[in-house]
Design a protein around this ligand. Structure first.
Ligand SMILES: Nc1ncnc2c1ncn2[C@@H]1O[C@H](COP(=O)(O)OP(=O)(O)O)[C@@H](O)[C@H]1O
Ligand SMILES: [Mg+2]
Length: 234
């Protein structure tokens, strides 16, 4: 589903030169939650940018949904990102003036959905993350964990095949963080989505079924575990 082969990436030159990815390879499967865990500054966000087509590696190859991303032109990459990828960030990135439903339905209008279809999809996505009853609330009436689940609903409403989450639990307490991770896990299972989450928070390691440890610009180890997931909404 998502595959990286021997990625190399560096920034700057001379004394400011920094090598971030060094011969990094990985393969991420659909239908499960994969967590990449590593210290701050180890290159996790850079890796996500490259895997999602936002940035090019210096060397190496990314194959996503059967497409070699380097072979797509700018318009094709934009289309690929718009249709097939969803993103969740640490800071939620919600609009203060919009209700949860509006946050989720707005991006669907860019995909050509009319208002009623967009609202229907948006509500279904909010229900999926356990927020159906809070659809008409604005961010200032929601807890941190709920805001992040709105952001997840926004990312999944278009039903992307690839879902990326960059430190999605960093501004949350442990319980809300766990609920966000469980939500990502459930989405992977139910929709056969390829979900890749990166985090420097080791507390999350026990909640993902597959954990890749990143250090010195490459994946150092891999751990698999069976993680129980209740099939009820959060
Ligand atoms: N656009 C950039 N220009 C220069 N250096 C960068 C750029 N992006 C990231 N870096 C550097 O690359 C390293 C890895 O950054 P990043 O991928 O953000 O790590 P992480 O997400 O794991 O904290 C850091 O040292 C960072 O300062
Ligand atoms: Mg980062």
């Amino acid at each position: 589903m998502l595959k990286a082969e021997s990625l190399w990436k560096s920034f700057g030159n001379g004394r400011a030169h920094i090598e971030v990815l060094r011969d990094l390879s990985l393969e991420i499967n659909a239908g499960e939650l994969t967590l990449i865990s590593g210290p701050s500054g180890c290159g996790k966000s850079t890796l996500l940018s490259i895997l999602s087509g936002l940035m090019y590696a210096d060397e190496g190859r990314v194959v996503a949904l059967g497409e070699d991303l380097a072979k797509l032109d700018e318009r094709q990459i934009e289309r690929f990102r718009l249709h097939h990828t969803g993103f969740v960030f640490q800071g939620f990135n919600l609009f203060p003036a919009l209700t949860a439903l509006e946050q989720v339905s707005l991006p669907l209008s860019y995909l050509g959905f009319n208002t009623s279809r967009a609202n229907k999809r948006a509500l279904a996505a909010l229900e999926e993350v356990g927020l159906g009853a809070r659809a008409n609330l604005r961010p200032d009436s929601l807890s941190g964990g709920e805001k992040q689940r709105v952001a997840i609903a926004r990312a999944i409403a278009k039903e992307p095949a690839l879902l990326f989450a960059d430190e999605p639990t960093s501004s949350l307490d442990a319980a809300s963080g766990q609920s966000v991770i469980d939500t990502l896990h459930r989405i992977a299972r139910r929709h056969d989505t390829t979900v890749l989450c990166v985090s420097h928070d080791p507390r999350l390691n026990t909640h993902a079924e597959r954990v890749l440890a990143m250090e010195d610009g490459r994946i150092l180890s891999e751990r698999r575990a069976t993680v129980a997931l209740e099939e009820t909404p959060p």
